[in-house]
Design a protein around this ligand. Structure first.
Ligand code: PLP
Length: 393
């Protein structure tokens, strides 16, 4: 390994999170001694099944849901596909999907494929966002039709952290008899939720975004919601998702949900304060830097900042020299630098979209981390600008 984890300043938690040590401890027995199949009739397997049910209860508690509404999957992407494809199969005569222009590829690519690749069997409305990344509710209401099978809108955006009013949107969908799915991958564990008080039919979450391992997720299916499984097989998950359970990771996810519930206040106070200090410090010390996304209506851990006239990739490389981990809003695809679809949808100017950096914090970040980043960033940007043909003092 080239990079010692002890020296890393990790501010890329919307990409993935550190597995909490308590989560590792909770998982270990199920990777060693307790290897029984939770579906087995014998006590040895049955006790594993009980542990899985306990984990289901922990997930349900964090979501404000009933344990029977929690279905374990392999990841957020699987949960997203399962919800959307289930709705389309449930209502084969309804061919319309409503989503936004700023969804994660897990929803975006699926909807693009449904729109384009299935001989235009399905029609997709891509809701616009305003300059601050928020939605226009009038456009949303007008988009719904008799033909709409499902609305899929993320609870919070992974790049900007902007939070969408999914509870209100689900209510509107319900009044018109339309199923509502939300990709809650970035929101769960960061903001409080009580799903039983909402009209949300489906919610996706992913373990590795909240200090559980990669490769485990959940699809919440509200009681009474019509559902057709994506993976057919054994009777696992009450016939809603075939395949022997990823037991250790499920146990880890249960523990992570307990920890998230306990740290929700910390996330919304201390982590938010750290994020704000970082953000204000960068915006005031680096000229021509600007915040992307609504200032208040945002996840407490996320800050997306554009440094004009420099490339995000170049910034990341320089940050990497100090072991500072973050993400850029542009992706280097096939030799061309394409700014992120989220920033483009918000109309962020070209010169700013290219130089955007997403900082995403977690409960493991400290004031020292923030101070270190604040110390290094101004010189990194200044040096890069000196080399930029577009930059004039
Ligand atoms: N949805 C959102 C908003 C995400 O940020 C991600 C991961 O980055 C996913 C879905 C996909 O989750 P997973 O990696 O578990 O498939």
């Amino acid at each position: 390994m080239q990079c010692n984890p002890d020296n890393v300043i990790y501010m890329d938690n919307n990409a993935t999170t550190r597995v909490a040590p308590e989560v590792v401890d909770a998982m270990m027995p199920f990777l060693t001694d307790y290897y029984g199949n939770p579906s087995s009739m014998h006590t040895f397997g049955g006790q594993v099944g009980q542990a899985v049910e306990q984990a289901r209860g922990s997930v349900a508690d964090l979501l404000g849901a009933d344990a029977s509404e929690v279905v374990f999957t392999s990841c957020g992407t699987e949960s997203d596909s399962t919800a959307i494809l289930s709705a389309l199969q449930t209502y084969p005569d309804k061919r319309h999907i409503v989503t936004t222009r700023v969804e994660h590829p897990a929803v975006k690519s699926l909807c693009e494929n449904l729109d384009n690749l299935t001989g235009h069997k399905h029609r997709v409305t891509w809701l616009k966002v305003k300059a601050d990344g928020t939605l226009d509710m009038e456009e949303y209401k007008a988009s719904l039709s008799e033909d709409t099978a499902i609305v899929s809108v993320m609870w919070a955006n992974n790049e900007t952290g902007v939070i969408f009013p999914v509870e209100e949107m689900a209510k509107i969908a319900k009044e018109r008899g339309i199923l509502f799915h939300t990709d809650g991958v970035q929101a769960v564990g960061k903001i409080p939720m009580n799903l039983q008080e909402t009209d949300i039919d489906f919610l996706s979450l992913s373990g590795h975004k909240l200090h559980a391992p990669k490769g485990v997720g959940v699809l919440y299916i509200a009681k009474g919601t019509p559902f057709i499984p994506f993976l057919n097989g054994g009777h696992q998950e009450h016939g809603r998702r075939g395949g022997t359970e990823n037991v250790a990771s499920i146990i880890g996810l249960g523990k992570a949900c307990d920890l998230a519930a306990a740290s929700l206040t910390d996330e919304n106070t201390r982590v938010r304060a750290l994020r704000d200090k970082l953000e204000q410090g960068l915006l005031s010390s680096v000229p021509k830097s600007l915040l992307n996304g609504h200032k208040e209506n945002r996840l407490p851990n996320t800050s997306n900042i554009s440094f004009e006239y420099v490339e995000g990739e170049a910034i990341l490389l320089h940050m990497n020299q100090y072991n500072i981990c973050a993400s850029s809003g542009s992706a280097c695809t096939s030799g061309s630098l394409e700014p992120s679809h989220v920033l483009r949808a918000m109309g962020v100017p070209f010169t700013a979209a290219h130089g955007s950096i997403r900082f995403s914090l977690s409960v493991y970040n400290t004031e020292e981390d923030v101070d270190f980043v604040l110390e290094k960033m101004p010189a990194i940007i200044e040096n890069l600008r000196k080399m930029s043909p577009f930059w004039e003092e």
